[in-house]
Design a protein around this ligand. Structure first.
Ligand code: LMR
Length: 327
């Protein structure tokens, strides 16, 4: 049997954590041939320990054939020891009325600490996906605190925004979402993101522009504020859809996106005028083996450039606000 892959998850007691663990352990992430060693961060309070114990009992009761071991750790250095695939989910969630920027300082310290621990202990080929918000800047903080790891080990999740955009397009066209392709999202996982449907395909064919300007404008706003709409509706932030997008992101990154464009927030290589290192949502292709390529030749227009500049400037301001957390 193949060697187990070492997967570490922070925030296993949160709703996203609870939703993702069973999907990872079932083999949805790495396929049905790859055994999994699951490592979970325990916040080390009696309540969190008890809750995590219950979740681990449930994982055990699923009798997942691929789950070779699972262990709870209460410090990040042990958690990340030799980790090859890491989901940084644990963070304070955004509450109704709160902006992502309010979360910056609240969560930045967590990601600084985790970046240092990853730097010291993770596999040199680790793939880290930051889900906890504000995820782009949290990924930047973690990456900058891990100078011995390649920046390409870090990414933040904007696949949820892509999935939301694909779902809205499918609704509008009244078609199954499975055939919708080449929809992606630029920038920050925030209200300034730019969901781009200029190159939309359905079942491999270009879709003639069936969208009027008013619909496009409301679509962009709808996708960008969907997280807030869900918080209002559920009284809690998205959980199962976020977990699902995290699986989509990591699976494509590690196993390859089969030629499909996928949105990943990754350190900029300077493409499209985005400052190097800023963790920005780009259209990417994943050739497999844990690699990704930013698609560099997307045609741009002054309007699209202006939208990218808005979301870029927001990320620059976020990075400045937490500059003291980054060496
Ligand atoms: C989401 O997009 O649903 C999450 O990132 C929650 C949020 O704060 O918007």
């Amino acid at each position: 049997m193949t060697r187990p892959i070492r997967v570490a998850v922070t925030g296993p007691n949160g709703s996203i954590g609870y939703a993702i663990l069973f999907r990872i352990a079932s083999g949805e992430l790495f396929g049905k041939d790859r055994p999994i060693e699951l490592r979970l961060l325990d916040r080390n309070t009696p309540e969190s320990r008890a809750k995590l114990k219950g979740t681990m009992m449930e994982l055990s009761d699923c009798a997942f054939p691929l789950l070779t071991s699972m262990t709870a750790y209460n410090d990040e250095y042990s958690l990340f020891d030799g980790a090859e695939c890491v989901f940084l989910i644990g963070a304070q969630p955004r509450k109704d009325g709160m902006d992502r920027s309010d979360l910056l300082r609240l969560n930045g310290e967590i990601f600084r600490k985790q970046g240092k621990a990853l730097n010291d202990r993770a596999s040199r080929d680790v793939r880290v996906l930051v889900v906890g918000n504000p995820c782009n800047t949290n990924a930047l903080i973690a990456m900058r605190n891990a100078p011995d790891l390649s920046p390409e080990c870090f990414s933040a999740m904007m696949r949820l925004d892509q999935n939301r955009a694909m779902a809205r397009v499918a609704e509008k066209l009244n078609v199954p979402v499975g055939g919708v392709e080449q929809v992606f999202v630029w920038g920050n996982h925030s209200n300034t993101m730019y969901p781009d449907i200029r190159f939309l395909r359905y079942n491999g064919r270009r879709v003639d522009d069936q969208f009027d300007e008013a619909w496009k404008e409301s679509f962009i706003k709808n996708v960008a504020t969907r997280g807030g709409q869900i918080i209002k509706a559920r009284g809690a932030s998205s959980a199962a859809s976020a977990a699902s997008a995290a699986i989509d992101h990591m699976r494509d990154w590690i196993l390859g996106s089969q030629g499909k464009v996928c949105t990943m927030a990754v350190p900029s290589d300077g493409s499209y005028g985005i400052p190097r290192g800023l963790v920005f949502g780009f259209p990417c292709l994943c050739p497999g083996e844990g690699r990704y390529q930013i698609i560099r030749n997307m045609p741009m227009t002054p309007e699209v450039n202006a939208r990218l500049a808005t979301t870029r400037d927001e990320l620059i301001a976020e990075a400045r606000a937490v500059a003291d957390l980054m060496p």
